[in-house]
Design a protein around this ligand. Sequence first.
Ligand code: AMP
Ligand code: GLY
Length: 460
Amino acid sequence: MNQPVNILVLGSGGREHALAWKIAQSSRAATVYVGPGNPGMFRRPGKIQPALINGTPLSAVDSEAIILFCRIFTCDLVVVGPEAPLAAGVVDDLQAAGIMVFGPSRSAARLESSKAFARHVMQRAGVPSPGFSIVREWNDLPRAIEAWPWARGMVIKVDGLAAGKGVFVCRSRDEAWRAVGSLKLMDSQSAGTMTRDGLVCEELLIGREVSAFAICDGRAFIPFGMACDHKRLLDGDFGPNTGGMGAYSPVDWLDESVAREIGQIVFQPVLDEMDALGSPFRGVLFAGLMITDEGAKVLEFNVRLGDPECQVLLPRLDEDLLGIILAATTGRLAHEYSRGFKWHPGAAVHVVKAAEGYPGIDGVRVRAGDPVFETVPVAEGGADNLVFYAGVAKRQGANFGDKGDLKSCDLETSGGRVLGITAVGPDLRHARDRVYSGIDDITFEGAQWRTDIGKCVTSP
Ligand code: AMP
Ligand code: GLY
């Protein structure tokens, strides 16, 4: 396929903004539609356009509407960003309608949507993992807690997708019983859906976490880099868990040989096992790893790019992403990219600016509706750093005017992770200096961000 193609990216966050930005750089990309997207992505004139049906943003989980959109706007390829459409089977629906799509089928997406399924696949494939036991019924959890070898702690996980709220790290039996209380409360608030599919209890691993990615075409994979995200809200890895407050790549404290080994001991065996199960995996496979004294072990699989890891990987990728996606979707990955992908030799650091109150736990209100202010170079796209938008809406009503060197733009915050800034530099230290020197170029009332992204590593 050498003619320019229209592409539809599904999703609305910083990851999807980065995906659309990178795909749009391809000479083969005509228009890159994003549905539902966010108004921050569509600010600059160019190839990235909102996917609208009758003026309404396209939902990422409404297969019928997506198929209709692709037919009306002659989209040749759909790229799925988040997990929800994958778990809902949007890929299967599009394929049945004859539309080319990059992402795993619903049954392959169970590697993320069912933690018990993922553990069984890992066990059968011999992937290094923590010890675990599956708890199908509430009533069996007390027995599992009492029988647990408490020299090592326990991590209790809800089996299905739980938007990051279904994992309880318990260092002692007392903590496990407290987790039972929290789980019961969440379960009653969700009318029993939270624990409907059961629970997984895992051995608590100690080490450093890293995210490893692979692009897969069903049989073969090509490594797609590694990154670290910072999940806690506050500097020094304190405070509550979030969707991710920033990321850096590459992972300079990890030996090259470990990265190679992960392909052999994690990605290939899982691809083989999924193929044997009749659910070949196509798309991005994301292994959340713990690097322990005994080597790398898999904490979880995700079936998509990470957010915010994507916002450091794509700026470092020295390839035509659309070419990679087309090769993976048509089973030509190993043939076309046996040399691996080329990467910028330097480093990238991404810092998220979140709204006051984020992540909104214990009834804390997440502030929204504040105007976004920026310096003129950011508005014109002239700044060195990249801005990827997530929780923003089109500003209604009054112009908020200037604030020193900053001017209000046509956006306001709509909560959560509002935006993120990525800088690329010759090494981690330079990328970090660059991102923080531009951190005030775009801001809003109540903004919170970490000041140590990429710092807790071995580089100077
Ligand atoms: P998950 O959704 O499975 O990635 O879990 C979310 C977070 O919980 C991970 O990023 C880890 O910080 C932590 N976690 C999950 N499983 C384990 C484990 N077996 N040992 C230690 N920490 C874990
Ligand atoms: N950054 C972790 C995730 O995307 O799940």
